[in-house]
Design a protein around this ligand. Structure first.
Ligand code: F6R
Length: 242
């Protein structure tokens, strides 16, 4: 595990963007595993800036996102498809046919999970997976549980996740209760993992994830077993570790 310290959110974003950018420059056909949420926004902005300067070419890049809310269409402003398109994809030269996100409108759970697993397999796995860290230690929407779920599944979101994510919705009731998420096995099979964390509110859980016991109660703790894990975090997030 490599922990990269950053003074603040902006520096964290730039350092993490550098790692993603290097991946794409070294292998223009990279398969990137992407995340949504507040933490990666600065990374996407930075990558867009470098793209506009002509420093990165996304024309052959393929992406698979970690998760999507059940019941939300691509056009819904709270969907992760909408987030990815409006915060990143529409500003770069990625081909939309190369972009993959679970289909939140598919009601046949088995069918959708199988479809998404097959996509990941057909791409030959993920070269670099970007991960944010949930307040309860979730990665993707793999919530604390009795066991690690291996592949794509539909998950009932934890109460604290619904509360944390309600900041993006006009009321708590509007937050979907279920989501499709990539499983722990697919995440762990990524060749490289880039975990990002920002803010003091993540410091305790970041410590538990990186140095606590490996347990499905803290899903991110499994990352300790990955042989190419890079953590980029800002000073407040690292305050318990440093
Ligand atoms: C998002 C995702 C989630 C977030 C996590 C942290 O696609 O998979 O695991 O990464 O909830 O979210 P933020 O960055 O908003 O604190």
């Amino acid at each position: 595990m490599k922990i990269i310290y950053a003074n603040d959110y902006q520096t964290m974003s730039r350092k993490a963007a550098n790692i993603l950018s290097a991946q794409v420059i070294l292998n223009p056909k990279s398969v990137l595993g992407l995340a949504t949420g507040s933490t990666p926004l600065g990374i996407y902005q930075q990558l867009i800036e470098w793209y506009k300067k002509g420093d990165i070419d996304f024309s052959q890049v393929k992406t698979v996102n970690l998760d999507e809310y059940c019941g939300l269409s691509r056009e819904n402003e709270q969907s992760y498809y909408y987030y990815m398109y409006h915060n990143f994809f529409k500003y770069i030269n990625i081909q939309l046919k190369n972009v993959h996100i679970p289909n939140g409108l598919e009601k046949d759970v088995e069918k959708e999970c199988k479809r998404y697993n097959n996509i990941i397999k057909s791409l030959g796995g993920i070269d670099l997976q970007l991960l944010g860290l949930g307040h309860n230690g979730h990665i993707g929407f793999n919530e604390p549980n009795e066991a690690f779920e291996k592949e794509t599944h539909c998950v009932k979101l934890a109460e604290e996740t619904i509360k944390a994510n309600s900041r993006f919705f006009s009321s708590l009731e509007e937050v979907p209760t279920h989501a499709y998420t990539m499983g722990i096995k697919s995440i762990m099979q990524a060749k490289k993992i880039l975990l990002i964390a920002s803010g003091e509110e993540k410091s305790e859980i970041l410590y538990q994830a990186l140095f606590g016991p490996i347990s499905p109660q803290v899903p991110a703790s499994i990352l300790q077993l990955h042989n190419d894990l890079i953590v980029v975090a800002d000073e407040p997030a690292l305050s318990v570790i440093a």
